[in-house]
Design a protein around this ligand. Structure first.
Ligand code: SAM
Ligand code: SF4
Length: 467
């Protein structure tokens, strides 16, 4: 018999039985959260009930402190690469759904994938998230594996290549995971979309994705069959956001309990408009900007060691605010149309031809400059995965806060590479100033000295120096 991951009745009853807390209760929960061991589900639900501005500020500030303590001031950057928009499923919110007959379908050839990779590399990226629709004829796992090899093989004019590929594709079988675990990828991600079974069924009327349990147990199959790092998420707007937050926490703790490793990342996308996707234009449970801020803060306090990913679905200003509340990874300069990096697609073509509309349409260069101005280190680091700090080993190091010791200097060395190879003059200036400030914050004198040495060597032309 399958182990239970989500006890829907229990979660709904927690939500029903938690009321608005008083100041004393909030302070108690927040001081517990500062111990970095997470908080109880009831406590998370209690914090999600707060809407008094002064108390919310306290929650946000605590989330900020937890994030600083664990991750320091770095934000990891990546770009998505869509290899195919063929899809046999019919998710009511998605522009790639089979019933959308007005979209032009593409499955990129190996040559096109290489061109796209070049487009991404020339923005300075070192990490890619590869995605596709679910269609076994047009975009099989074998073709996808070939595409991964092709991405790693590309070098740009600076001699740089992609150093880490994360993957977000439909749930695989145990046998497929055994095969896939031999392919050098970082994190394997699948969003449950909604953990509420009945709503899930309504949103996914046909195709393989209609099977709630096949999707829910995907990470059990992944971790039992050789995968090291997994990512989870929900699509906010399908059901009560508070239920989804509690479910994400339950799923995380379940994976930690049974596989010794929680999810590497949690993603928090909200539904955006998409063509011929009825639910995307009539969202059943809209989540406001303030509610999204509560989601990020509540997750940061509840699962402090789990990375949190924010995409370009959200507008620039809100993205900046969410950095402070717990986001640790962001995409930049994204395109959701397969082939979108080579062709100059406009924002409206994302609606006509893409998976959904993007709200942060700035170039990677603009996003990076903004991150620097915000006082964060834009990091292109891929060191953990390449040094074998993955899965349980990563979590063991993340828990006592050691990751900060690697993340911060690696953030600085990879930013330096970016500044030397890709940045405009203004970004180089503010980036160098940031490096000078941040290097002084490295607590260990030996690491600080070695970082200075690495920075100098990068200036002299060496690349890919990391801790
Ligand atoms: N097709 C695979 C699947 O569904 O698992 C791979 C991931 S799909 C390309 C990426 C994610 O985009 C989906 O899991 C879904 O959460 C999200 N998505 C789909 N339609 C969206 C929309 N209208 N707005 C925002 N996100 C959307
Ligand atoms: Fe296909 Fe994924 Fe879009 Fe669903 S969300 S229609 S599975 S691409």
């Amino acid at each position: 018999m399958k182990r239970e991951i989500i006890d829907e009745k229990k979660l709904l009853s927690i939500l029903e039985n938690t009321s608005k807390p008083d100041k004393v209760q909030i302070d108690e929960i927040l001081s517990k959260a500062l111990e970095l061991n997470g908080i109880e589900l009831e406590e998370t639900a209690t914090l999600l009930n707060v809407d008094e501005p002064e108390q919310l500020e306290k929650i946000f500030h605590t989330a900020y402190k937890v994030k600083e303590e664990i991750y320091g001031r770095r934000l990891v950057l990546f770009a998505p690469l869509y290899t195919s928009n063929y899809c046999a499923n019919n998710c009511l919110y998605c522009g790639f759904r089979a019933d959308n007959k007005e979209i032009t379908r593409h499955a990129l050839t190996i040559e096109q994938i290489k061109e796209e990779t070049l487009g991404i590399l020339e923005q300075g990226h070192k990490r890619i998230l590869m995605l596709m629709g679910e269609n076994h004829k047009q975009s099989s796992l074998d073709k996808f594996i070939e595409a991964i090899e092709a991405v790693y093989s590309v070098r740009d004019s600076k001699g740089s290549s992609i150093r880490r590929i994360n993957v977000e594709i439909a749930p695989l079988s145990a046998e497929e995971f055994q095969r896939f675990s031999l392919v050098p990828i970082g994190t394997y991600t699948v969003f449950q979309e909604t953990y509420h079974r009945e709503i899930y069924q309504k949103m996914h009327p046909s195709g393989k994705k209609a099977d709630y349990e096949w999707r829910l147990y995907v990470m059990d199959r992944a971790l039992a069959n050789g995968m090291h790092d997994v990512g989870i998420g929900v699509l906010f707007g399908l059901f009560d956001y508070r239920f989804e937050v509690l479910s994400l926490i339950e799923h995380s703790r379940y994976l930690d309990k049974y596989f010794g490793v929680g999810p590497h990342t949690i993603s928090i996308p909200r539904i955006k408009p998409a063509k011929n996707a009825p639910v995307s234009n009539n969202i059943p449970y809209p989540v406001s900007d303030l509610e999204l801020k509560k989601v990020v803060a509540a997750l940061r306090l509840s699962v402090p060691y789990t990375g949190m990913i924010l995409s370009t679905r959200e507008p620039a200003q809100l993205r900046s605010e969410l950095f402070d509340l717990g986001i640790s990874q962001i995409s930049a300069g994204s395109r959701t149309v397969p082939g979108g990096y080579k062709q100059a697609f406009s924002a409206s073509s994302e609606y006509e031809e893409g998976q959904f509309v993007l709200n942060d349409c700035r170039s990677s260069g603009e996003v990076i400059a903004d991150v620097i101005r915000h006082g964060y280190i834009p990091s292109f680091c891929t060191a953990c995965y390449r040094s074998g700090r993955v899965g349980e080993d990563f979590m063991d190091q993340a828990k006592p806060g050691l990751i900060k010791l690697y993340c911060q200097p690696n953030g600085l060395t990879t930013l330096k590479e970016y500044l030397v190879d890709y940045a405009d003059e203004e970004t180089r200036k503010i980036g160098e100033e940031l490096i000078e400030r941040e290097i002084l914050q490295i607590p260990d004198e030996h690491v600080r000295q070695l970082t200075r040495d690495y920075l100098h060597r990068i200036e002299q032309g060496e690349r890919d120096l990391f801790f």
